[in-house]
Ligand binder design. Structure first.
Ligand code: NAP
Length: 487
């Protein structure tokens, strides 16, 4: 869509003034998007008089992206980041539009017509592939999909099949730890968190006794972080089990232990757990096994369902990498969760690097098929650099992207549609049931009220109970809810 601009129109005014602010759309309201918006509003240029108008769009009715739909519910410390993001959005100088899907509700052409710059901050929520035979069997799942389920993501089924007694979790990253911890914890111990009712009910019925985490390299090559690893031992009535034959250290491992404090701490934690194992102690009803040097080669099944998994035993090659030994070992399991990394999803009308799962970009400047910058398009966060690093690392990313955007500022292709309200009219005209910041405050209060009601009805104090169905989130946010309960 394009709209003609008359010579007297505010669109002919210098961009970045009160009469004609620099208009920026950010797609994605997770940490990456909020940090980018915040950094832009606090930039030197803005302090020196540049006027910006920022709209933050999200495909979900609620803000916060991966914090709401990727962080484990028993990680309230990380959830604390929500408070910081809340403060930014509550200032009132950044507009929030939830339940707006980029590509369908608003196209790139729409955004280019209404904004001088567009920043993609859509993150990565899908599981990376693991191409081994049997991965398609019933009972073989993506860890990220399970995370979405227990975090009450509106677009995943409400039921999760938790029928396995023995479970394999593949990968030695923090997501594998989250998945294995939630699978092995007793549901009652998660009731203090904000888990939705269907998640509590599902976990309560789980017959699980043994969860096995498998890494393909050694204890000095884990991608966990120390705090998250130590936390495994805090689950009630869950024993941690380790195997001496997995404790192999090559030259590179020794060097890593000597020079990297995180690795040193984690190897220390694992070794202590190994030597402290007490065969005479009262056994817990559930076990969490940590295996190293196991390379998954095939998921085996019967009648289309997972019945086991085969690994080739690995050995370290001196450089910290692993190679196969030719020895194979089978484990009977009825479910396999792969947590071998996230992968970004391609976005309509934007070049995508399918190998790395990122929007093709140079320092956050989105590149076209010819390798040159598409004027006005930027990317930040996991969709820019890939799904690695902790939430705080996204700040550095956002700073680089915003610095480049501001450097390009005078050459940005100015939006052709005048005024900041036209995009609202466009969404209304298309019948898009977008949610607002005020709407989020309503939903936030509603979820806390559900938590208070659940606390009053039961023995456990609950701060919040998440609303899951999209239509309920939208109706509460838009003030049209009759009586939405925690379903
Ligand atoms: P990750 O840290 O990159 O870990 C991926 C794991 O999968 C690695 O152990 C990797 O082993 C393994 N892997 C990859 N391909 C494999 C294959 N073909 N077969 C077997 N194993 C394979 O990814 P993540 O766990 O998804 O986490 C993503 C980011 O989010 C990380 O930065 C993480 O710290 C962060 N995060 C943090 C928290 C928290 O609580 N602080 C929670 C969740 C996520 P190799 O090392 O051998 O490649």
């Amino acid at each position: 869509m394009s709209t003609a601009v008359s010579p007297q129109s505010p669109e002919t005014l210098a961009v970045g003034t009160d009469a004609r602010p620099l208009r920026v759309a950010v797609i994605g309201s997770g940490p990456a998007g909020v940090y980018a918006a915040d950094i832009l509003t606090k930039s030197e240029e803005v302090k020196n008089g540049l006027v910006v108008a920022i709209d933050l769009f999200d495909r979900y009715p609620a803000p916060y992206g991966l914090i709401r739909y990727g962080v484990a519910p028993d990680h309230p410390r990380i959830k604390g980041i929500v408070n910081a993001l809340h403060k930014v959005l509550d200032r009132g100088d950044i507009r929030f539009f939830g339940n707006v899907d980029y590509g369908t509700d608003l196209t790139l052409e729409d955004l280019q017509a209404h904004y001088d710059a567009v920043i993609f901050a859509t993150g990565a929520i899908k599981d990376a592939d693991l191409n081994i035979p049997g991965i398609e069997l019933d009972g073989s799942y993506g860890g990220a999909d399970f995370v979405s389920w227990y975090d009450g993501h509106p677009d995943v089924p409400r039921e999760w099949p938790l029928e396995a007694k023995e479970i394999a979790v593949l990968g030695n990253g923090n997501v594998a730890l989250d998945v294995a911890r939630v699978l092995s914890k007793h549901a009652e111990d998660l009731l203090v968190t904000e888990i939705p009712e269907n998640v509590y009910e599902g976990l309560k019925k789980s017959p699980v006794t043994d969860v096995h985490i498998f890494g393909r390299r050694g204890p000095a090559q884990v991608k966990f972080t120390p705090l998250e690893l130590r936390e495994l031992s805090h689950s009630k009535d869950v024993d941690i089990v380790l195997y001496p034959e997995d404790f192999e250290f090559d030259e590179a491992s020794d060097e890593a232990i000597k020079t990297n404090n995180q690795i040193k701490t984690m190897v220390g934690t694992l070794t202590n757990w190994l030597v402290d194992q007490d065969d005479d102690a009262e056994p817990a009803s559930r076990r969490l096994h940590l295996h190293f040097l196991h390379n998954p080669v095939e998921i085996t099944g019967d009648d289309g369902k997972v019945t086991g998994i085969t690994f080739e035993r690995n050995e370290l090659d001196g450089t910290g990498n692993a190679r196969g030994t030719g020895e194979f070992v089978d484990y009977p399991v009825q479910a396999v969760y792969r947590s071998v990394g996230y992968f970004g999803s391609a976005l309509p009308d934007v070049e995508f690097d399918h190998r790395r799962g990122v929007v093709t970009n140079d320092g956050g400047r989105v590149l076209g098929a010819d390798g040159t910058h598409v004027p006005g398009l930027y990317a930040t966060g996991w969709i820019k650099r890939g799904p690695v690093g902790l939430i705080g690392h996204t700040k550095g990313d956002a700073l680089e992207t915003i610095t480049n955007l501001l450097e390009d500022r005078v050459n940005l292709p100015a939006a052709s549609v005048p005024g900041t309200d036209k995009v609202v009219e466009l969404l209304d005209s298309r019948g898009v049931e977008f949610t607002s910041w005020e709407g989020w405050l309503e939903l936030d209060a509603h979820e806390k009220a559900l938590g208070a009601a659940a606390s009053a009805a039961g023995p456990v104090q609950r701060e919040r109970v998440k609303v899951v169905p999209r239509e309920d989130m939208v109706s509460v946010s838009r003030g049209s809810a009759a009586a939405v309960v925690g379903r």
